[in-house]
Design a protein around this ligand. Sequence first.
Ligand SMILES: [Zn+2]
Length: 198
Amino acid sequence: MVVLIDNGHGVFTDGKCSPDGKYREGVWAREMAAMIVHELKGRGVDARLLVPESDDVALNVRTRRVNDVCAAYGAQNVLVVSIHSNANSADGKWHDGQWSGFMALVSLNASQKSKCLADLIWARAIAAGLKGNRSVTEKPGQRYVAQNLAICRDTKCPAVLTESAFHDTRDGVKTLTERKQSIMLAHVEGIMEYIGNA
Ligand SMILES: [Zn+2]
C-alpha cells in the first residue's frame, strides 16, 4: 500500500491563517504531513509526501500526481489523505464558541473504502479528545461528512480530507499547536487500522 499525504495549501496561501496571523494553515499542514509520513515510515509503511514543494501546487496537479501513482501501483493499493485546518468564516475575525473539533471528509461520489478510511481516522481523533461540536456522529461506520472536494472527487484511490480543528477560534489554534502529536497519531493509527482491514 502506498500512502500519499497531501498538505493542501502552499505556505503563503492568503487568507488561510488565524485572525492574528500567527497560525498559518499551509505551514502547519506541511509540518503535520511530514510528521505523519515520518511515523508511518517508522512503522514500515510506504508513505510519501504528495507535495514536497513549499509553494502552492494546483489541485489538478495534485490529483494528477495521485492518479499517476494509482496507475503505477493499482488504485486499490494506494490511498491519499489531505491535511487541513478548518475555519468558521473567511472574514478574518475570531469565532470563539462557534464550530469546533475534528472532521474527516470524503467526496460526494466517495467509495465505501473512502468512507471506511474517514471513519477510522475520525474515530481515533474522537478517542484522542479532538472531538468538537462539528463531530457529527459517533456511530461506527458513519463518521464521515460528504462534500464536493476535488482531491477526493478526482482521484481514483480511497481519499479522505481531514480538518483537524478550526484556526479561527482560540481553542482551535491551541489544539492545532499544542496537540500535534495526538493529531499525528490519530491519522497514523486510523490509516494503520485501514491498511490492516483493506
Ligand atoms: Zn484548507
